[in-house]
Design a protein around this ligand. Structure first.
Ligand SMILES: *Cc1c(COP(=O)(O)O)cnc(C)c1O
Length: 465
């Protein structure tokens, strides 16, 4: 299988190249030239498979023969072996035809583990085969950094440098990153905010001359194709558990950069019968405004109690637009220029196509806190703030009460004690046993000035050989 850019300006690339590259040279995002399609009979035959076996079925066609099946199977098994629940992604019933898919059973308690556990193993495998080493550089406001570090801690062929804004990530999130003590893991706390961290990473990707000759930068942010690919699996998994594919299901997805829900869209394009995909946003609601009233104007970032969804523009939305505009790269390049300037309008045709599958809902901090409180009062189940927004959207948008509606639970509540306490929960929600001693563990990180020379010199000096 080959991959093309959403802006149409690059030659098709192999799976391995795409995984190592991140962004295409024309500024676009990589998508498969053609999606694999599965028949209903074939999907139905998968209902007996384990999560890992199902993942192998779904991922194999994307890899397009570049990894032997036996190796791919091992990579997948290794990636999900550290999940605490035997089902990997268990379903919980939250009401009549309302379900919660717990995607936080991985090592860092957020759904990002599904993608980053796999991506770490995959990168290390590809690099070993090529006898190559890379430097991963990324910025984080919390969840991505810890999941990426956890995914890379055992990798032999890479160093990872994660920048977080000094004293501006929660203590749980910081400790999840800084207590991973391995020679190839480097935590940098930058005097600045998340945007400063992100700009530093962007500038370093643009000019990599600070690196030794034999190294290049690789990205593990949410535009990396392999991350999206790994997330397709749990849509099939949840459907199969609830009567699919003979019965349709719907999903509500707490959305930031549109990576997670885009994987759901891909599942439907690959043959999984999905009735509705609900885009759930917090007060940073550009996607909700776009779908509901064709208003994709950028607005200043608002800090919310569901910080992993605090975005101004959702980078992976471009991948959906590419399909909505019949894969016309030139049109997408124009649209993205408009989006960057703060004003993008979709054509009536594109919007109508999107609305056939997608609906959207916005839930601010107050609504979110109310959902955490009422859910806990009613059932004793404690939601994290992102999941609570998803559940609010699921209830508001469901247009067929006989179709199972599945809310993706993207994080464990213990990661976001502020929101949970705001909802009236009397104490810090307990961390699961494997992390119970998180606050006693030794931390290691370096505080640096917001100065690219300082940061880049630090990186150059700390690359392991
Ligand atoms: C990253 C994240 C999201 C948003 O996911 P996208 O793929 O960026 O839409 C939602 N919830 C949590 C807890 C996250 O960590």
């Amino acid at each position: 299988m080959k991959y093309i850019s959403t802006r149409g300006g690059v030659e098709p690339k192999s799976f391995e190249d795409v995984v190592l590259t991140g962004l295409a040279e024309d500024g676009g995002l990589f998508v498969p030239e053609q999606l694999p399609k599965f028949s209903i009979e074939e999907i139905a035959s998968w209902s007996v498979l384990s999560y890992e076996e199902l993942a192998l079925k779904i991922i194999t066609p994307f890899v397009g023969g570049s990894i032997p099946e036996q190796d791919l199977r091992q990579l997948i098994e290794k990636s999900y072996a550290g999940f605490r629940h035997e089902a990997v992604a268990p379903l919980i019933q939250a009401g009549h035809n309302q379900w919660i898919l717990e995607l936080f059973q991985g090592p860092t308690l957020a759904f990002k583990d599904f993608a980053l556990q796999f991506l770490g193993n995959l990168l290390d495998y590809i690099l070993a085969k090529r006898d190559q080493k890379v430097v991963i550089m990324g910025a984080t406001s919390g969840d991505t950094g810890s999941a990426a570090i956890e995914g890379c801690r055992h990798c032999k062929n890479l160093d990872i440098f994660i920048l977080h804004p000094y004293e501006r990530v929660s203590e749980v999130q910081r400790r999840q990153m800084t207590t991973v003590l391995a020679d190839n893991i480097h935590n940098l706390a930058l005097h600045g905010d998340f945007d400063d961290c992100q700009n530093m990473v962007k500038a370093s990707f643009a000019d990599q001359s600070f690196l030794p000759e034999d190294r290049q930068l690789a990205a593990v942010n949410s535009i990396n194709w392999a991350r999206i690919m790994a997330q397709i699996v749990y849509y099939f998994w949840a459907s199969l558990a609830l009567g699919g594919p003979h019965k349709k299901v719907s999903f509500s997805v707490p959305t930031g950069n549109f990576g997670d829900i885009f994987a759901g869209y891909l599942a439907s394009q690959m043959g999984l019968p999905i009735e509705q995909l609900v885009i759930a946003t917090n007060q940073n609601d550009i996607l909700h405004r776009c779908i509901s009233e064709n208003d994709h104007s950028t607005q200043p970032l608002q800090q919310s109690l569901a910080p992993s969804m605090d975005i101004m523009i959702s980078s992976n939305f471009e991948r959906l637009l590419f399909d909505l505009y019949d894969r016309d790269g030139e049109q997408i390049a124009k649209l993205m220029a408009d989006a960057k300037n703060g004003h993008m309008k979709l054509s009536d045709t594109a919007l109508a196509k999107a609305r056939k599958l997608f609906s959207s809902y916005r839930c601010g901090d107050q609504g979110m806190v109310d959902v955490i409180r009422s859910t806990f009062d009613d059932s004793g189940y404690l939601l994290d703030p992102h999941t609570a927004i998803g559940l609010a959207a699921a209830r508001a948008c469901s247009n067929n009460k006989s179709t199972p509606m599945i809310t993706l639970a993207t994080a464990h509540p213990a990661k976001f004690p502020d929101a949970v306490k705001e909802a009236g929960y009397p104490e810090d929600p307990a961390l699961p046993p494997h992390m119970a001693d998180l606050f006693e563990r030794e931390e290691q990180y370096t505080v640096l000035d917001n100065d690219s020379q300082v940061v880049q010199q630090f990186i150059a000096e700390h690359i392991t050989s």
